[in-house]
Design a protein around this ligand. Sequence first.
Ligand SMILES: C[S@@+](CC[C@H](N)C(=O)[O-])C[C@H]1O[C@@H](n2cnc3c(N)ncnc32)[C@H](O)[C@@H]1O
Length: 375
Amino acid sequence: MSKTFTETYQPNKEESSRQAFVGTLKKCVNGALEQKIHALYEEKLLPEYTEQHGKPPESRAEAKSLFEKEHLFQLWGSAVYTSQDLLWETVGDTVDRILESAEQRASEIDASDNKLGSLSLNQELELPEPIGSTEIHRQPGGYFFDSEKNGLTSPLLYYGTIQLYTAAKGFSTGKTKDTFGGHAMAQLITQRFPDTKPTRILDMGCGIGALTRGLKEFWPEAEVHGLDLSGPFMRCAHMMAEDSQLEMHFHQLDAAKTGFENNSFDLIVSQILFHETWDEKLVEIMQEVKRLLSPGGVFFNIDVPYQPDRIGIPSQVTNDWQVINNGEPFWTGFVDTNIDAALAKAGFDEQERFTDYQAAGGNNSYFLFGAQVAP
Ligand SMILES: C[S@@+](CC[C@H](N)C(=O)[O-])C[C@H]1O[C@@H](n2cnc3c(N)ncnc32)[C@H](O)[C@@H]1O
């Protein structure tokens, strides 16, 4: 057998140093430079506006034009855009170099008779719009690139960015297991629902399945399934699970219409799926979850915490800029959505559902939401 995928995906020295540069640049742009925009607002834009209008701006729409004419904001936007281009360019170099080896590994696994888990692809799956034709994060070709062959370029680009951000946060990519998110989520679930001992778990919009593998490591006895619209992502998730000797099942499916039996899962989760989902789809997915959960089952989601009542005007404006210019088209739609009302619309009772925030170190937090259905 050839090398495992994680042994294969190793940036060489030049790629590593370019990726380290991009990681540092992004940290600086999204950190120190963005903080300067916050200071500019507090010290100049807010007092000037308040003096003129007798009140502060009440929404990002009202404040947006104040920022747009500032050189600092223009510099920030240009740096965000350029650093995103550099991200894809540098990660793309590694992906181009190792693609053939990764494809070989995946093909060997596809053809093997000794698989632990399963992969179910569906070339006929109709990709819902607008996500089907959107390059999220401005990822070249998007999540569905080369879907006819389920080629691995799109999942490798996604994996490469996770590696780049892991390194930029100061963690060693060789030593830091990409499944730690699944363990962290499992711990949050057991804190909130101490009696949870899931036997059948579904991770919706699981991407390349790192969180899904973490859940399987945490609950090894459970039957674990992951689903995603992207066939290439599912093929990569399957390869990585088999490489890790984990028995797991991946399906190319729409989370809103899975075809699984009623009441067939006792834990359904997602991580950063819903902020890439638009209004009506969001409720459709939640309705499907309601159908799939067995009595007492838990629905648990982690997503972005940028709801306007939690962040100031400058962050609302910079986020809005990212929506329009930097491949996060559904982000503000999601944070403007009343998730509790969406859960209610999907059929979860008041005593079943929850929305909450969880501190995640420094100024960071997660938005948690979901439900536990009645036993
Ligand atoms: C930001 S990625 C998150 C992937 C993974 N959960 C993670 O944490 O890395 C969002 C994923 O949701 C998938 N997705 C979006 N809408 C979906 C839908 N309706 N059904 C299934 N998957 C969907 C996308 O293809 C993408 O892989």
